[in-house]
Design a protein around this ligand. Sequence first.
Ligand code: SF4
Ligand code: SF4
Length: 348
Amino acid sequence: METFSSYHNNLQEPIKAPSDAVPAFAWTEWYEGVGGRSIVISEVQDYLHLIHDEQAPRFSGPVAGSMQPFATASEASEWVKSTARSLGADIVGVCEIEPTDIYRGREVHERFAIAVGKRMRYAEFQNVPDQRSAIECMRIYHDLGEVVIGLAEALRARGYACRVEHPLGDSNVLHIPIGLKAGFGELGRHGSIINPELGPLFRMGSVLTSIPLLCDAPIDAGIAAFCDTCKACRIYCPADAIPDERSPEAGKDHLGNNRYKVDTGKCFPYFAKHNYCSACLPVCVYNHKEWAKDFDGEPTKIFPTVVMHDPPDVCDSVEPHHRHEYPLVHRDRTRGPVPRHAVDADKL
Ligand code: SF4
Ligand code: SF4
């Protein structure tokens, strides 16, 4: 068993992605494919500047010369989790990194991922897509960024090397499989993790380290099975990007189910032109807990209003090696038009 006396800050051999790993999302190519960036919101720009200018330089940093060791891996995990929560995390979990958790062509030099999640405010998603929901997405990227950076700085102050994988993007690890292995929840039809308490309205980042940690386990709370009977996100996706059926060739989730595969070529154009869309998250019935009705003192509707704009053309111009989860083959052109009207809970 590994002990803290045999601990090394970095692995001798990096963990490398397999050659058929998922490619990292190529934002530039995708935006070029839909005619460029068209959403300009000053609050969003402010958050982006903060993330790039103030947070990015702190993703890595100097490690204290003297180490304050933990007695056991269990104690280290507890310290990591309580520290993250004290910094503002809503959920924290730990898993060991595997090659399939890494984007194509990337490698990592750390053994464990500390997954950190922070919930978004349901009150900001009462009408989607909307500038309010777009700003909330960026606010949480920034605020969660502060949590993972603060956790990394606390670990370094104890003498342990680590590195931040920011929630905003260009990470080396895939947040979804990391979150599933760390016990955050189950994979929903809409392609996001659903946590039994938070629903899918949260974002994830992580801190990578080789410090010996006690790992968490994936959960089975019946959520994936529920998705097989609920189609709320599929019905309310304005771009018709969420599938009816699971896809045997899309790979398995952690419970061994075939995955539902969102059509990125349909989703992204809508996302890029309509305030980062996000409609599939607040309509998910796993938000409809008691706390969602009156969240942070602001009364909320139990189900949001989804404004269904006509979807833009699908994006088929992105080169295959840049395509991220792009199931062109599953497009059903016989299903007929998507509903084009504003809808609300009473009609579900
Ligand atoms: S973000 Fe919007 S377009 Fe994309 S899958 Fe969700 S609801 Fe559909
Ligand atoms: S809306 Fe329903 S089908 Fe879609 S992810 Fe949520 S629970 Fe699953």
